[in-house]
Design a protein around this ligand. Structure first.
Ligand code: XMP
Length: 501
């Protein structure tokens, strides 16, 4: 590893390593507490953002010796504040937070920002600020609410930036990381991502002659994982599609047709899921129930098949968002991550654990998976349960599924399906008055949510032309009996998440 990224729990931590790997340089995410001694062979160290306040009771701290290793250090957001704090500066909570795109004024071009214009857009996400710098550090850039938005000690090669260069909204973020990694750290370009052959041979070594099971959801991640492992161990892999009743329209048939070669078992568990979700309204509780039920069904299949390995299509961003990284705050518990091995007494193997969505899609194309599957929108593991606010019933799942199908069809017709991250329908647990066929109606509203995103960490609502939205709205109210009103969700992430629950 040439660049060590210490993870202080920030949402965007893994994007840092991703951008660096895209430059051809090896970067690895390590725990916040990693000791300076363990880092002495690194070419550079990056301290990530994080949700804590450096003065907080359980705030993750930094081994201060890292600042005397004579290795370049870049602190981002919380990392920027940590450097200032550790080296004797002052950090405090600001009167105003700074969230989103902000104008950065460059005061003094450090090596990090060489050749930058005098002003550029950056992405901010903080409340604390660096109020005073330690000795021998200089302010290099400011924003309206952060006088010390960037600082540097060129002599020590230590830099801090309050904004997030790893997020695509920061105009020159890529340039900045490049300056740090290639010019300042002089890291060699000898990283290459895992190939299909690498993963197949890894799977052969890890699984050997054992039997394995995989939960196939019909999404691109589990499908790619299944095909890779099938290449490695053939019929020793049993793929299981669990029909939870919360999946997309005709999903079971779709999966059956997409994988004629796989050793595939389709399990109809609709009744069990709806029974367990009865009267449950809390989103996290729904997720946990669905996760637990999944595990139970799996345990059953795994036992019957005498499987010793559980293969999962978990990708890198799943692991970060589920808080498996220490200090990351849990936004949502994704049901397909965490806790399984102890419970199942089965070995867990995640062939895609270090890949990002677009890398998985590229791999899926190379593996000749059906185009429709490769380009399919992401679909959450708990399915419509997180798109039905409040209690989930079979009837409500039917309504949300039909409406979602219409959204997808209209996006495809308009040539927009592949341009957006996701388009779906959310069912709200309220009713409103309408008039249909000269009669008063009192029915559910559907929220249409269509979003654009590059990496799932941030997202914008898609500016879909009104005539297309109107078509979607008209079709939903015409074709889904229980609905008389359609609204469009115009929230970005943050502050909202993509899913409603
Ligand atoms: P949020 O709602 O967190 O969603 O902005 C980000 C992306 O993750 C998907 N998602 C999930 N995927 N299990 C999954 O496998 C889950 O529990 C889950 N929750 C959200 C979501 O669809 C979006 O693409």
């Amino acid at each position: 590893m040439d660049i060590a990224v210490l993870n202080f729990g920030g949402q965007y931590c893994h994007l840092i390593s991703r951008r660096i790997r895209a430059l051809g340089v090896d970067a690895e995410i390590l725990p916040a507490e990693t000791a300076a001694l363990e880092l002495k062979n690194a070419k550079g160290i990056i301290l990530s953002g994080g949700a804590a306040s450096v003065y907080g009771k359980n705030a993750p701290q930094l081994d201060k010796n890292i600042l005397s290793l004579n290795i370049p250090v870049l602190g981002i957001c919380y990392g920027h504040q940590l450097i200032a704090h550790a080296a004797g500066g002052i950090v405090r909570s600001a009167d105003h937070g700074e969230y989103g795109i902000t104008q950065l004024k460059i005061k003094n071009r450090s090596k990090l920002m060489k050749n930058f214009p005098s002003s550029t857009e950056v992405w901010m996400n903080h409340r604390d600020i660096v109020e005073a710098l330690p000795d021998n550090y200089a302010v290099t850039a400011s924003t309206k609410n952060s006088r010390i938005a960037a600082f540097a000690s060129e002599a020590k090669k230590i830099y801090g930036v309050q904004f997030h260069p790893e997020v695509t909204h920061t105009e020159l973020g890529g340039e900045m990381l490049k300056n740090f990694v290639l010019d300042i750290c002089k890291a060699p370009k000898n990283y290459r991502p895992k190939t299909i052959d690498d993963i197949v041979s890894e799977a052969k070594t890890v699984i050997g002659n054992q039997k394995a099971v995989i939960a196939l959801s019909g999404g691109v991640d589990s499908s790619t994982a299944a095909v890779l492992v099938d290449k490695a161990i053939g019929k020793n892999l049993v793929a299981v599609y669990v029909d939870t009743g919360l999946m997309r329209e005709n999903d079971a048939v779709f999966v059956r047709n997409a994988f004629p070669r796989l050793n595939l078992k389709i399990i109809d568990a609709k009744e069990t899921f709806f029974k367990k979700l009865k009267r449950i309204t809390d989103p996290e509780q729904k997720r946990k129930i669905i996760g637990k039920t999944f595990i139970e069904i799996f345990e059953d299949v795994a036992k019957k098949e005498h499987a010793e390995v559980l293969v999962q299509g978990t990708i890198y961003s799943d692991r970060i968002e589920s808080g498996s990284a220490r200090h990351a705050s849990v936004i949502k518990s994704h049901h397909n991550v965490g806790g399984l091995p102890e419970k199942m007494n089965i070995e867990l193997y995640e062939p895609l654990r270090d890949l990002y969505k677009d890398e998985v899609r590229k791999m899926a194309k190379k593996l000749s998976l059906p185009e429709e599957l490769v380009n399919r929108h992401v679909f959450p593991g708990p399915g419509f349960a997180v798109r039905i606010v409040g209690e989930v019933t079979e009837e409500k799942a039917g309504i949300a599924r039909k409406a979602a199908q219409i959204v997808e069809e209209e996006l495809k017709k308009a040539g927009l399906y592949e341009k957006v991250w996701m388009g779906f329908a959310v069912l709200l647990p309220i009713k409103s008055v309408g008039v249909q066929g000269d009669e008063r109606s009192y029915k559910y509203p559907i929220v249409v949510r269509i979003i654009e995103s590059k990496d799932a960490m941030t997202a914008n609502f898609a500016k879909i032309p009104y005539p297309i939205l109107e078509k979607i709205s008209t079709r939903i109210t015409n074709e889904v009996r229980a609905v008389n009103r359609v609204v469009y969700d115009i929230s970005n992430k943050p502050p909202a998440t993509m899913e409603w629950e």
